[in-house]
Design a binder for this molecule. Sequence first.
Ligand SMILES: Cc1cc2nc3c(=O)[nH]c(=O)nc-3n(C[C@H](O)[C@H](O)[C@H](O)COP(=O)(O)OP(=O)(O)OC[C@H]3O[C@@H](n4cnc5c(N)ncnc54)[C@H](O)[C@@H]3O)c2cc1C
Length: 386
Amino acid sequence: MVERNADIVIFGAGIAGLWTFNRLKSLGYDVLLLESQKIGGGQSIASQGIIHSGLKYAFAGKINKLAQSISAMPDMWRDAIRGQGPVDLSSVRVNISSQYLLIPHGFMGGLVKLVTKQALGSNVHEVKPEHWPEPIKQSGFKGSVIYMDEPVLDVASAVHSLAAPYQDCIRLIDTPDQPLEFLARHNITAKKIIFTGAASNQAIAADLGEDDGLRTQARPLKMGMMRPAPFEIYAHLVGTSDKPVATITTHKAKDGTLVWYIGGQVAERGKEVPDQEVINAAKSALQRYLPQVDTKAVQWATLPIDRIEGASDTEGWMPDTPSVHHKGAHLYCWPTKLTFAPLLSDKIMQTLQQDNIEPSKTAVDWAFLPPAPFADGPWDCADWTK
Ligand SMILES: Cc1cc2nc3c(=O)[nH]c(=O)nc-3n(C[C@H](O)[C@H](O)[C@H](O)COP(=O)(O)OP(=O)(O)OC[C@H]3O[C@@H](n4cnc5c(N)ncnc54)[C@H](O)[C@@H]3O)c2cc1C
């Protein structure tokens, strides 16, 4: 059988795999990206698309390595969006260039003090009521609106920008739990194999006897969705705990309907809870913060999903940076956040440099494997209430 010698094989076409894949391809590496289902179809397409700067964690009193390491990320994404980064995201749709914190009356003093103390001053300021975005003015919100220098992206367009230029090298794998057997069956070799399959990574490492010292965690969510949304909003509704009462982002379904996608505490209640519990929590948050929004005629849906990442030492929290577990020619990777994809990719590139793995500037034809399709947004696959 013909030998197929790739430079790199990556398993998993979420944001982690795609960012590194695009970067390697543009440098002339021969890369095969294998996906078990749909391109972007795991956590990435289900994410809210917020490119965090660390501010949320500062408000939560988590100003630490996490807030610091994440603070450089918006600029790395902005470079990519300007077409000036190691990957070209110039065709990405930016839903909003900065989002808001909505802080009800009475909560303001302590939070402002905290933020000032944490010296995130230039990225955050209070918006005078006359300059509030029109929908927030009309929503009946009473309190302070804080500008946060954090873009919110249309993740489907980011996935597309990373995958489309090299789509002929993104193919389906029919035996995802036997990745090395798949490569052997097709006579594919690689100098480095990168696992970015999120939940599957740990089991694969265990199977290959490479899970020594590897710890991961799954933090479950049940996200809420509401349609039709009355207007676009991208905001954290701040309460008294370390997580926002709700984090709302707005997404456009395929038929053009606007959808509010609701995370924060609304979603932090485990995947097994009844849908109605999530819907009631979302309704109550909207009633409290945006009382003029009429939810009588809307439809609801939920999405149960795990966040998968390296294990954190702090219960209920994520690690401070992306996680990489390196065993011989294999790298097991978790970005921790969509936001961290550029940093994870930097870490992977360093490993390749250390191992002197250079681009071969050759190109195997991967067309003998079936192509991987793109994923739809969760709102387009959801089971909506009548
Ligand atoms: C509801 C929700 C909202 C979020 N919101 C944000 C946000 O606003 N901002 C932010 O920064 N982060 C956010 N996150 C976190 C972020 O989405 C994840 O950290 C990130 O998307 C993980 O990317 P990934 O590529 O590791 O995994 P995934 O996106 O899950 O991709 C893994 C891919 O690998 C494939 N796969 C699995 N096993 C195999 C295998 N053996 N072979 C081949 N393919 C395989 C899967 O089908 C999938 O396509 C959110 C997460 C969730 C769940």
